[in-house]
Design a binder for this molecule. Structure first.
Ligand SMILES: C[S@@+](CC[C@H](N)C(=O)[O-])C[C@H]1O[C@@H](n2cnc3c(N)ncnc32)[C@H](O)[C@@H]1O
Length: 258
């Protein structure tokens, strides 16, 4: 297969979003110069200032996540993969693979493994099946990996089909599951007994998952042999700027053996 010889792992802050925020701020400022009442002008400036603030904040986040910035995205991927206690023999699944970044990292780390990456590849992200295949081929793991469209809410695989499963920063986004704990359960369903798993998400968000201790107790109650949790902040140096809810303030890893 032809590839363009460069990888594209994108950024968790889509560039498109930055341009939209800047565009809105500029339109609002331009609008304030129209013949409008003074109080409307003030409101337009306040709203424009809010959008400009978001633009600058997310631009900083973009830089920190990027490969030529702080490489945070890459380090967070590694934190999750390092917690996967697996000998690398057999099949692994990466749920919500995005650009294939984690699937490729797993394949490179475990050279005897076969890795499947699934994603819905919706419009919110610039990721696609083609991007994944290109990244895998360029990184030399094209034959070890395969990618397919599927939802984390309803995986098209049998119970216990995989020897290992990973997922990074996806479960909270799975819209077709109201209760995100069900997405965790579905991710564990396809892991065989004794298989390894490592999932990173906003597990410290009580709004999404409830209390972490209760979540871990629930997972153990599903008959999972070994369940551990660590806050990602203990493993990766997350800048203060990003340690807020909704960004990386509530990110953690649930890992263990089924
Ligand atoms: C923040 S990105 C993370 C991508 C990748 N795991 C990484 O760490 O770079 C979230 C990903 O979740 C995917 N996603 C959203 N809803 C999904 C669903 N129902 N099933 C599978 N993937 C989903 C998105 O398409 C996107 O690729």
């Amino acid at each position: 297969m032809k590839n363009n010889k460069s990888v594209n792992y994108g950024n968790w802050v889509p560039k498109k979003m930055l341009w939209i925020l800047l565009g809105i701020a500029l339109i609002l400022v331009a609008g304030s110069f129209l013949p409008v009442p003074f109080f409307v002008q003030i409101i337009l400036w306040i709203v424009a200032a809010f959008f400009l603030f978001l633009f600058f904040y997310l631009s900083c986040a973009y830089y920190l996540f990027a490969k030529n910035g702080n490489e945070l995205q890459h380090n967070i991927h590694h934190a999750m993969i390092d917690k996967l206690s697996w000998n690398g023999e057999g099949k692994a699944l990466d749920i919500g693979t995005g650009s294939g970044a984690c699937a490729v990292k797993v394949a490179k780390k475990f050279q005897n493994s076969k890795v499947t990456g699934i994603d819905t590849w919706g419009k919110a992200w610039s990721y696609s099946l083609k991007v994944c295949e290109n990244n895998a081929t360029t990184e030399g793991v094209g034959k070890q990996t395969k990618f397919q469209k599927a939802s984390g809410a309803d995986l098209p695989f049998d119970d216990g089909e995989f020897d290992a499963s990973v997922s990074n920063f996806v479960f909270h986004e799975v819209r077709d599951a109201k209760d995100k704990r069900e997405v965790v359960q579905e991710a564990l369903r396809v892991v065989k007994k004794g298989g390894a798993f490592s999932f990173q998400d906003l597990f410290l968000s009580e709004k999404i998952y409830g209390e972490i201790e209760d979540l871990l107790k629930t997972i153990r109650g599903w008959g999972i042999e070994e369940v551990h949790f660590t806050s990602t902040a203990y493993l990766v140096d997350i800048p203060r700027l990003l340690r807020i809810p909704g960004m990386l303030g509530e990110i953690g890893i649930i890992y263990g053996k089924k």
